[in-house]
Design a protein around this ligand. Structure first.
Ligand code: 2AM
Ligand code: CA
Length: 261
């Protein structure tokens, strides 16, 4: 019997997480893709393992993966083998393997696996979002918080420190820090946004993240009852320069804060 899209996503993300775990803490050949943008041999090895699952289960689908795998098809899997590579390189156990399936620009399934917590976040369009852990799957819901002062927020800074995007996130971080319970910068976009879906964070603001970093999480947030837009308040699209994800109730206020600059 063939697996459903969400089960293919789950299997591929779990295989990726296993490969991250195997490489974690080992000496790595680190290369620079930009002044602070890193890639290791484990990024490439993990990508090969995730792609192997997709090629076996969905040979007809296309692929766009961060470390270079490209294949055309009517639907496309976007893949980040290690999201949070800088944490990985520094042996900080906060990174994951994430992928999502796009059909005509729409995200229809996604999965994000954290090898260090044994947590697998999943979503399927119109069906819901789940967290699988300890052999159990439970449905995800965003937080119900309506007040910044009771909330925890997370931000993602772009690698390019010279651009307007960096300034926007810096000033958002500054404002959120003064009005919320706590503000974080964790270095893993895919885990940050999955945590919004899980109700752990109340909102996430990022500039510079790529489609493969956040596509799975965007579907998780929507399916868990939250809201998504780009950094101007428009509908998020796969080429958007940034994203705001929230529990919905705080969305307009969070957008206002970002737009103030
Ligand atoms: P990566 O680890 O796969 O590179 C760090 O801010 C987080 O954002 C990581 O999840 C990182 O993914 C992601 N990211 C990817 N491209 C980025 C970019 N150009 N600027 C900032 N963050 C980026
Ligand atoms: Ca990556």
């Amino acid at each position: 019997m063939s697996l459903s899209d969400i089960e293919v996503a789950a299997a591929a993300a779990k295989a990726g997480a296993k490969a991250i775990h195997a490489g974690f803490g080992n000496p790595q050949q680190v290369e620079l893709k930009g002044p602070v943008d890193l890639v290791t041999e484990t990024d490439r090895a993990t990508e090969a393992i995730v792609i192997e699952v997709l090629e076996r289960e969905r040979p007809q689908d296309g692929i766009r993966a961060e470390e270079g795998t490209e294949r055309s098809g009517s639907r496309t899997w976007v893949v980040d083998p290690i999201d949070g590579t800088t944490n990985f390189v520094h042996a900080v156990p906060h990174c994951c393997s994430t992928l999502a399936l796009l059909d005509e620009g729409e995200i229809i399934a996604g999965a994000t696996a954290n090898p260090f917590t044994d947590e697998l976040f999943l979503a399927a369009r119109g069906e819901g979002a789940w967290l699988e852990s300890g052999g159990l799957r439970r449905k995800l819901s965003v937080s119900k918080n309506t007040e910044f002062v009771n909330g925890m927020f997370v931000t993602g800074f772009p690698y390019n420190r010279e651009g307007a995007g960096y300034q926007r996130i810096a000033s958002t971080w500054d404002k959120l820090s003064s009005i919320s319970r706590a503000t974080r910068r964790t270095g893993s976009a895919a885990l940050d946004i999955a945590y919004v879906a899980a109700g752990r964070y109340d909102g996430y603001v990022v500039s510079g993240a790529k489609v493969w970093d956040i596509a799975a999480g965007i579907l998780m947030v929507v399916e868990a009852g939250g809201c998504i837009c780009d950094l101007t308040g428009d509908v998020w699209g796969i080429d958007s320069a940034g994203c705001i994800a929230s529990n919905g109730m705080l969305h307009d206020s969070l957008l206002e804060l970002v737009l103030e600059g």
